[in-house]
Design a protein around this ligand. Structure first.
Ligand SMILES: *Cc1c(COP(=O)(O)O)cnc(C)c1O
Length: 473
C-alpha cells in the first residue's frame, strides 16, 4: 500500500486520480526522453490533507512579521500597506492573457500598459517610460545602460558614474555592472550633496550622477537646480533613484528638477507587494532625447489602436515581454483609484506621519527637516539591540545601522498608511525599548517565535524548501 492509499483508503475516485497522475511522464519507446540524471522513479511528498496544509501555512505566516499584522517602518524601502483591491483587479481572469497572443487580440492589455506608461511619465515629469525592468535595481541598470547608449551615440563615451556615499547599495552595483568606475561622493556637513565636492568630482569622464531626492535621511536636496547645472555643464546626465518618490507624489517632479532618467519602484511608491526578492517592477522614465534608447518592445498608440514597436536605437530587452504584468496591473489600479488628489494626499500624510512619529519619540535626530523618513540615533545604545527590544513590544523595528554616517542609525519610515493610534504604539515601543536595561536588550527578543538569529548566516544560507530542511536534519 503506498502513502496516498494509506491516507485515503481504497476509494475508487482517488485510485483513478492517482493513476491519472502516474501517466504524466512522457514515455518514448518505454524510455523517458529526459537524461537519466534528471529523472527519478518516485517523488516523496508529505501526504497532507487540505486543512492540514492550510493550517501549516497560516501558522507559518503568523510566525512572521508583515505589514498585515502591524506597522513596518523600514527606512529607505517604502514598505506600505498594499490595499487588497489591487489584488482583486489583478485576479480578474481577463488579465490572464498569453503574452504571445496577437496584438489585435490583446488591445485591452496594451491599453493598460500604455496608460501606465502615461501615468508614470506625468507623475515623474518624464517624456517616455518603459515598464520592462522587474525591480528598482533592474531599473537602475536599465537607466544607466540608456545613459551609456546616449553618450556612445554622441560619440563621447565616458567612464565614470558619481554616487553619493549615502546612496542605496544597488546604485554602486548598477553603475559597476554597466561597466563604469564608481566615484563616491561624501555627504556634506548638513547631510546633503556638498556642491564643492561635486564640482571636484565631475569631469569629462562623468557619464552620470545618481541621486535620490529626498535622500536617504529624508532631506530634500535644495540645491538640485545647481546640482543639475554642474552635471549637465560637464556633459553628464542626471539619474533619479525613485525609491523615495513617495515623499513627492503629486507635489514635485524629478523631470522638473533637471533629471534626465529615473526609475520608479512601483512596489514601494504604488503599493504593490514587495520583498523576498520580487516580483516587483522598476519602470524607467527618460527625457525625449533618450527615448530612442528604451528597451524593446515599447507600447504606443496609433489612431486609437495600441501596438508594440522597437525604439530606433534600443538597448535591447531587459525582461521577457512587457515585464511583470500583474505587478503593473496593481500599480495601475492603485494610481487610477487614488487619482491626482489621492496621490497628493499620500505624500502629505507620509511626511506628516514621519514628522509626528519623530516628535513623539525620545531620540536624537541629527538631520532635519526631513520628509517621509528620518534617521534617529540610538546614541550610546546599540541600534540593533534596541531594534530587537522593540520586537518584544509588538512592533516591527526600523532599519538599523544605516546610513553609516548616522551613528547607531534607526532609519524610520512609517508611511502614509498608519493611523495616529498605530504611530503612537510605534512611538511607545521605540521609547520602551530604549528604557530597557542592557541585559534585557541583549536577551531580546524573548516573545517572538524565533529568538536572536544569526542574521548574516540566515541571509547567506537560507533554507527555503522542505527538502533543504530535511537534508539539514
Ligand atoms: C529599494 C531601493 C532600491 C532598489 O530597489 P529594488 O526594487 O529593491 O531593487 C534602490 N534605491 C533605493 C534608495 C531603495 O530604497
Amino acid at each position: 500500500m503506498n502513502h496516498d492509499q494509506a491516507r485515503y483508503g481504497d476509494d475508487d475516485r482517488y485510485e483513478s486520480l492517482l493513476s491519472e497522475k502516474d501517466t504524466t511522464t512522457v514515455e518514448v519507446d518505454g524510455k523517458s526522453p529526459l537524461p537519466d540524471d534528471l529523472t527519478r522513479d518516485s517523488l516523496e511528498l508529505p501526504g497532507l490533507s487540505e486543512p492540514e496544509l492550510s493550517r501549516h501555512y497560516t501558522r507559518l505566516s503568523q510566525m512572521n512579521w508583515s505589514v498585515e499584522t502591524g506597522p513596518y517602518p523600514l527606512g529607505s524601502c517604502t514598505m506600505k500597506y498594499n490595499p487588497s483591491f489591487t489584488e482583486d483587479v489583478a485576479a480578474d481572469p481577463n488579465g490572464s492573457v498569453h503574452p504571445d497572443r496577437s496584438e489585435e487580440s490583446v488591445q485591452g492589455t496594451l491599453e493598460l500598459l500604455y496608460g501606465l506608461q502615461d501615468y508614470l511619465a506625468r507623475i515623474g515629469g518624464m517624456d517616455a517610460v518603459t515598464l520592462q525592468p522587474p525591480a528598482g535595481a533592474a531599473g537602475e541598470f536599465t537607466g544607466i545602460m540608456i545613459a551609456k547608449a546616449c553618450h556612445e551615440a554622441r560619440g563621447d563615451p565616458r567612464s565614470e558614474v558619481i554616487v553619493p556615499a549615502s546612496a542605496h547599495g544597488t546604485n554602486f552595483a548598477s553603475a559597476a555592472m554597466a561597466g563604469y568606475d564608481v566615484v563616491e561622493l561624501p555627504s556634506g556637513e548638513d547631510g546633503r550633496v556638498d556642491l564643492d565636492a561635486l564640482e571636484a568630482a565631475v569631469s569629462e569622464e562623468t557619464a552620470a550622477l545618481m541621486l535620490t531626492n529626498p535622500n536617504t535621511v529624508g532631506l530634500f536636496e535644495r540645491d538640485i537646480a545647481e546640482i543639475a547645472d554642474i552635471v549637465h555643464d560637464a556633459g553628464g546626465l542626471l539619474y533619479y533613484d525613485g525609491a523615495n518618490l513617495n515623499a513627492l507624489l503629486g507635489r514635485a517632479r524629478p523631470g522638473d528638477m533637471g533629471f534626465d532618467v529615473m526609475h520608479y519602484n512601483v512596489h514601494k511608491t504604488f503599493a504593490t507587494p514587495h520583498g523576498g526578492g520580487g516580483p516587483g517592477a522598476g519602470p524607467v522614465g527618460v527625457t525625449e532625447e533618450l527615448a530612442e534608447f528604451l528597451p524593446r518592445p515599447h507600447v504606443r498608440e496609433r489612431d486609437g489602436r495600441y501596438e508594440l514597436y522597437d525604439p530606433e536605437r534600443s538597448i535591447g530587452k531587459v525582461h521577457g515581454y512587457q515585464g511583470n504584468w500583474l505587478v503593473l496591473v496593481k500599480a495601475y489600479a492603485y494610481i487610477a483609484r487614488l487619482g491626482d488628489s489621492g496621490l497628493k494626499d499620500t505624500s502629505a500624510k507620509a511626511v506628516l506621519n514621519a514628522n509626528y512619529l519623530a516628535e513623539r519619540i525620545d531620540y536624537d535626530i541629527p538631520y532635519s527637516p526631513f520628509h517621509h523618513e528620518f534617521a534617529a540615533t540610538a546614541g550610546e545604545r546599540d541600534a540593533a539591540d534596541v531594534a530587537k527590544g522593540m520586537l518584544d513590544y509588538g512592533v516591527h523595528p526600523p532599519t538599523t545601522k544605516w546610513p553609516e554616517f548616522v551613528p547607531e542609525a534607526m532609519l524610520t519610515e512609517p508611511t502614509e498608511a498608519e493611523s495616529k493610534a498605530s504611530l503612537d504604539d510605534l512611538a511607545n515601543a521605540f521609547d520602551a525599548a530604549m528604557a530597557d536595561s542592557e541585559e534585557e536588550l541583549e536577551a531580546a527578543p524573548s516573545k517572538t517565535t524565533a529568538r536572536r538569529i544569526d542574521q548574516a548566516d540566515a541571509a547567506r544560507n537560507p533554507q527555503l524548501s522542505w527538502r533543504a530542511l530535511g537534508e539539514e536534519e
